[in-house]
Write a new protein. Sequence first.
Length: 312
Amino acid sequence: MITFWIDRGRSAVRILSLGFLLLAPPGTQAALSVITTTANLQTLVEAVGGDRVSVVSLVPAGSNAEEYAPRPQDLDRIRGASMVVRVGLDYDLWFDRLLRQSGKPSLLRGGPGHVDASNAIVLLEVKGGGLSGGAHAHGAGNPHYWLDPVNADVITGNIVEALARLDSLNAKYYEQRRIDFLARLEQRIHVWQLKLAPLTGKPLLTYHNNWPYFARRFRLNFIGTIEPRPGIAPSPAALAGLIRRMREEQVSVIVRHPQEPSRDVDFLARKVGARVVILAASVGDLPQAQDYFSLFETNVAALTAAFFGVAR
């Protein structure tokens, strides 16, 4: 009679047969299952995890993560995961309920498989009193921190720390991939800064307040938002005030991303003769923004084209 048994360790699958120990090749080991709340985090986990991870974003690329309504299959995906990665800062509060329902304590806040990617990020626009008055919760700080590419250092650090904790045998692999990723990103950041340098100080208007981290990194001047508060459409009086301010400050470009309503943006653009530029606030917002690098390549090209007529 032949007896088979399997060691659950991820380093190898061991089969005992007639006294012989066989080791499966390292490439056959199961990938660590990771769930992220957004496509931005998915692409960063994949960047440092390589073929040792299998990553699914609950919020489909191009969808609004702040307004996401979880689906029944999301709970099944979480139950099959070893690790979850979230934006935090009240951006994906809907995720907490799914984690509680999953019945997996390791994935709850404080658990070894729970990663809040905002940990140790230097936050902008932190407000007292908790949630903002609109439909979105920005009171804990502006949550769009991934739009400063330098913050990828902190985000991937949080991710790799958890990967190494759950899969110590591949810790060096994850850290080396992170080092390589950040080295490539640093080179591109320098290029993006050079391309956007001529825009320093030029006034822009945006629909939603997605851009403070992006603006700080690339020295852009967003003078305000069309929304008076996150998730609240402007009144006619507010639009009239924006028209006056845009004329006073000579705003020639208005920014919005594809999921935001175009009516008020187009109205203001007609009134003051401004151009509208569509930027990707997240991976997948535009067809050409399919990963973390192309997210910034797309936005830099769109901004320079809006101001100079061609991408620089």
